[in-house]
Design a protein around this ligand. Structure first.
Ligand code: HEC
Ligand code: HEC
Length: 501
């Protein structure tokens, strides 16, 4: 059966004239449309086909490399380094869930429209929104970036807003006129709220060996505000869309594991604390530990996806049933037509399953001596104190396929004070204006290939991995200062290691 599948794929690849040349991913072969993936009534065949395409093509990782790799995520590791590297489902996914995955992929990629202009049920966008599809921001399940120039709109990032104080559940207090997020688009007849532009100030410095570097500090400005000025006390947090692969595994790490790594009062005096965020979960109606978002500001993928649908696209759900129209925005409120959720529970669950079941690409070039040396440096100079190399998932995750897996995410999922340079000054539940959640580093070496850019950190200001490291301050100041002292070959080794993840 397997052989037949593989043969079929070869035949199809040949027919499409897109068999991989050495070192070049067969992109054409992998460009399956949503229709290819989701054929009603034949979903499992199409999805099965797609799974094999993902696993077996696209510059797969060589067996000898794999043998030494240490899998990024055990049985949830995927083996492509093509532009589709972030888009493959966990290969052990059960047939029914694989079928749901294919539908979830469609929901994630489809462009939603404003009221009832289409017949297929993908309407309900807005009244105000940031983007008309999830994948518009999380392109190819990867990460977003800031606009290339000051006059271009934000296409894969958004700006959170609040005013000083806390909401009833301890979260940020939404801005009275613009709400918790600036929506820079509106459906026909509804004005956008406004927009934010970014200009950069260059800051120069040099490594101990004299090699110069330059960092760009973003300066944000509001423009085109439709409901008056935001006021002097507004708190602003611009954030790019993070990648969404491997999230089911991070959700499956037990709370006790995360708490065990926390050291809120720095009891071991290593200069690194690490705090758990505690947030409100509207689904359970209780406090929960935060895991997702740049400040660990949402508790789980169900709430996260419902919040994204609501805040970023204006799709109501049973979790957030009201349209996102602050009282001052009359045209927004007047478009309200139906009380039924625009994304019903079944579709919401399918979308959540999708974000739970994307696997993690295997490491590459692990036997390269520079990668080896880089891994040692990463450990020695304290990067691993926050970017924890190894964690385990628990025994009772949302999907049985995620049970008891040893993963290498390079995050502790904890909040750290990263200093004034990175601070947004906007608290988010227990996270202060200087704290950010350690982001996972797995797959980070493939961002340039999948997303065709090299922008890192919460607002995409870093133009490469070294710039991202050089912005580290606060609890990571010592590690950053040690990087400044490294020889140029050790710096290259550290970068080679990051690129191998
Ligand atoms: C306008 C761009 C944009 C759109 C559209 C968008 N997102 Fe996001 N997404 C973001 C940003 C920015 C974050 C980080 C939010 C934060 O830190 O508060 C995020 C975070 C997430 C996360 C958590 C990732 C992590 O590593 O913590 C998931 C899951 C997610 N989004 C899913 C979705 C889904 C599903 C949709 C469609 C319903 C969607 N997003 C639409 C920008 C977007
Ligand atoms: C005190 C904890 C801590 C230490 C130590 C630390 N980091 Fe980080 N790292 C973070 C946090 C938190 C962020 C996110 C900051 C932001 O986006 O503003 C981050 C971001 C990054 C990023 C960008 C990730 C992304 O998704 O954009 C890279 C790369 C990185 N760190 C590498 C390193 C390396 C290499 C070292 C060692 C020199 C190191 N870090 C030490 C906490 C830490």
């Amino acid at each position: 059966m397997l052989r037949i599948f593989t043969l079929c794929l070869f035949w199809l690849a040949l027919a499409a004239g897109s068999v991989a040349r050495a070192g070049e991913p067969p992109v054409a072969m992998l460009k399956l449309t949503d229709e290819d993936v989701w054929v009603p009534g034949q979903g499992s065949y199409a999805a099965e086909f797609n799974r094999w395409a993902w696993l077996n093509f696209g510059a797969p990782i060589a067996p000898e490399e794999l043998a030494m790799a240490g899998l990024s995520a055990g049985t949830a590791t995927t083996f492509s380094r093509s532009r589709e590297a972030f888009s493959a489902p966990i290969s052990t996914l059960d047939q029914d869930r694989l079928r749901a995955f294919a539908l979830g992929r469609k929901l994630f990629r489809v462009r939603w429209s404003g009221r009832s202009t289409v017949q297929d049920g993908f309407d309900g966008l807005g009244p105000t929104f940031n983007r008309n599809s999830c994948s518009g921001c999380h392109l190819k399940d990867g990460r977003g970036q800031p606009p290339a120039t000051v006059d271009k709109p934000m296409e894969s990032m958004l700006v959170r807003l609040s005013v000083p104080g806390k909401s009833a559940h301890g979260g940020p207090l939404p801005h009275p006129v613009y709400g918790g997020q600036l929506q820079d688009k509106g459906i026909v007849g509804v004005p956008r709220e406004g927009r934010v532009t970014i200009e950069y100030r260059e800051i120069t410095g040099s490594f101990a060996d004299g090699e110069p570097f330059s960092l760009r500090q973003p300066v944000y400005a509001f423009g085109d505000l439709q409901h008056g000025p935001v006021g002097a006390d507004v708190l602003v947090s611009p954030r790019v869309a993070p990648a969404i692969y491997g999230l089911g595994l991070l959700e499956a790490v037990e709370q006790a594991t995360i708490e065990a790594n926390a050291d809120p009062d720095d009891a071991d005096s290593d200069g690194i604390s690490g705090r758990v965020n505690r947030v409100w979960d509207p689904v359970s109606g209780q406090q929960a530990i935060g895991r997702f978002g740049w400040k660990a500001n949402t508790p789980n993928l169900y709430t996260q996806v419902a919040a994204a649908a609501h805040g970023d696209m204006g799709l109501t759900t049973s979790v957030f049933p009201q349209e996102n129209c602050p009282a001052a925005q009359a045209a927004c409120a007047e478009t309200h037509i139906t009380d039924a959720p625009e994304l019903d529970d079944a579709r919401l669950a399918t979308l959540v399953l999708y974000t739970r079941s994307l696997g993690v690409p295997a490491k590459r070039d692990v036997h390269d001596p520079a990668t080896h040396r880089g891994a040692e440096i990463f450990d020695d100079i304290g990067c691993a104190a926050c970017h924890t190399p190894t964690l385990s998932t628990g025994s009772d995750p949302a999907l049985p396929e995620l049970t008891n897996i040893t993963i290498q995410p390079y995050t502790n999922l904890l909040l750290h004070d990263m200093g004034e340079g990175l601070a947004d000054g906007r608290p988010d539940y227990a996270a202060s204006g200087r704290e950010w959640r350690t982001p996972p580093l797995w797959g980070i070496g493939l961002v340039h290939r999948v997303n065709m850019h090299n922008n890192f950190l919460h607002d995409g200001r870093a133009r490469g991995l070294m710039e991202a490291v050089l912005w580290h301050g606060g609890e990571a100041q010592v590690a950053r200062d040690t990087v400044i002292e490294l020889s140029s070959s050790d710096r290259d080794a550290l970068l080679a290691f990051l690129a191998s993840l």
